[in-house]
Design a protein around this ligand. Structure first.
Ligand code: PLP
Length: 458
């Protein structure tokens, strides 16, 4: 138990997201004090490689002075204003223009929120409002996938497909339906090819639309490559087939790019990697490298025009937050996107990402490693009890959690999703720094192997 006064105050008063509350009291927090580049340091001066870029988000790394200066300049000039009721300001307007120039061509209109969850809630409301504008008042259901993460608000949390975010909260609400997680290694049937797996999932989608009634199904939402559910790369041709089925039944396609967006997969958006033409694109995290809370919902011109045409009948678009289009957050985003461009960080994610995957693939033969997967600068290594049968450790997550704790001792921060170890470092990482990350990963894996071989003592 770590016991300095900050830790005691934390345990006494803070409720931590996504944390086992009693375990937190027992283990106590690591106090992260400062950051520089790909590293963060605790209050006792220990260095960690931030192998998850905070929460999959600090693309340009820690301590980027240009972002501090952009925030300071905007703070001094106009620290806050809203864009309600026919007002606007420079940074959010320029950012909207910038995002439209980067995104798939049909997406022309941008709505800002402060978080990915709020952005997905807003996407749901855009879809409902759009269908109301068209008089399709029953077309309101959403289809998502098991393993998806779309946030934790009541509505976005209903689209999420992870038990931990729903158990105990009476979620999902009935408008949200879930399909099989597109993870071939886990959910492909014995003897089933990857192509046949894709076909089965496309048929599952079509069957669900037909059984619910196409007039009631509004949208399909998916992360191009699933992040928080364990870094799941979709099977071959998956997005082509999903989009075909959606178009056939007039079901909108929403790409949740909150993790994928702005270069993570080695392309600007996950939509570019997988050939997705979404009606709505949601982004956040690397939009500001998380130096400021910000998210954006980009919608198609077709949707916008249909909504605008009906604005006299439906009245004011009565949706928006005090911090929507916040000037400091949007000013920081503009500077952050300029840095991503100037330093070629998207290309870096592709090149250094290939080096990361080559390094991780060396663990593929390890007896505890079931699968190594990912794309660009996002990866996962799934640990299994039996490589031949893919049997999980029992209970799932215990080994992953041990890995998570032990990695700290080797100066590495990762995320365990059950027994999958996720890696998603800042996009500024170099090949040499990847080698150092892999060294620390291997040292942790060696420890875990010894512990498993010793019968996993408490
Ligand atoms: N969508 C995806 C794909 C995410 O990964 C996340 C957060 O990790 C969210 C939405 C929710 O974002 P936020 O935590 O900002 O609400």
């Amino acid at each position: 138990m770590r016991t300095n006064s900050l830790q005691s105050k934390d345990i006494a008063h803070q409720i931590h997201p996504a944390t086992n509350l009693r375990r937190h009291e027992r283990v106590g927090p690591i106090v992260i004090d400062r950051g520089s580049g790909i590293y963060v340091y605790d209050d006792e001066g220990r260095e960690y490689i931030e192998g998850l870029a905070g929460l999959w988000s600090v693309g340009v790394g820690f301590g980027e002075k240009r972002l501090v200066e952009a925030a300071t300049r905007q703070m001094a000039k106009l620290p806050y204003y809203h864009i309600f009721a026919h007002k606007t300001h420079e940074p959010s307007t320029l950012l909207a223009e910038k995002l439209v120039s980067m995104a798939p061509a049909n997406l022309k209109h941008v709505f800002f929120t402060s978080s990915g969850g709020e952005a997905n809630d807003s996407a749901i409301k855009f879809v409902w409002y759009y269908n109301n504008a068209l008089g399709r008042t029953d077309k309101k259901k959403f289809i998502a996938r098991q393993g998806a993460y779309h946030g934790i608000t009541i509505a976005a949390g209903s689209l999420t497909g992870l038990q931990a975010n729903q158990r105990g909260f009476d979620l999902p609400l009935p408008f949200a339906k879930h399909l099989t997680c597109p993870h071939y290694y886990r959910f492909g049937l014995p003897g089933e090819s990857e192509e046949a797996f894709t076909e089965r999932l496309a048929k599952e989608l079509e069957d669900l639309i037909l059984s619910e009634g196409p007039d009631t199904v509004a949208a399909f939402i998916g992360e191009p490559l699933m992040g928080a559910g364990g870094v799941i790369v979709p099977p071959v041709n998956y997005w082509q087939r999903i989009q075909e089925v959606c178009r056939k039944y007039d079901v909108l396609v929403i790409a949740d790019e909150v993790i994928n967006g702005f270069g993570r997969l080695g392309t600007l958006f996950g939509c570019d990697t997988f050939g997705i033409r979404p009606d709505i694109l949601v982004c956040s995290k690397q939009i500001t490298s998380s130096y400021q809370p910000l998210a954006a919902v980009l919608i198609s011109d077709e949707m916008y025009q249909a909504m605008a045409d009906q604005s006299d009948r439906l009245g004011t678009f009565g949706h928006g937050y005090t911090a929507s289009a916040h000037p400091v957050a949007t000013a920081v985003a503009l500077e952050n996107l300029a840095i991503i461009e100037e330093r070629n960080l998207v290309a870096n994610a592709a090149e250094v990402g290939a080096h990361l995957h080559a390094g991780l693939s060396r663990f593929a033969d390890h007896p505890l490693v079931g699968e190594v997967r990912g794309r660009g600068l996002i990866a996962a290594v799934e640990l299994v009890a039996d490589k031949a049968t893919k049997a999980r450790f029992d209970p799932v997550g215990k080994v992953g959690l041990k890995f998570f704790d032990r990695a700290h001792q080797h100066g590495l921060i990762i995320r365990n999703v059950g027994d999958s170890i996720a890696i998603c470092p800042p996009m500024i990482i170099t090949a040499a720094q990847v080698d150092e990350l892999l060294k620390r990963f291997k040292a942790t894996l060696d420890d875990i192997t010894d512990w498993v071989n010793a019968g996993m003592p408490e």
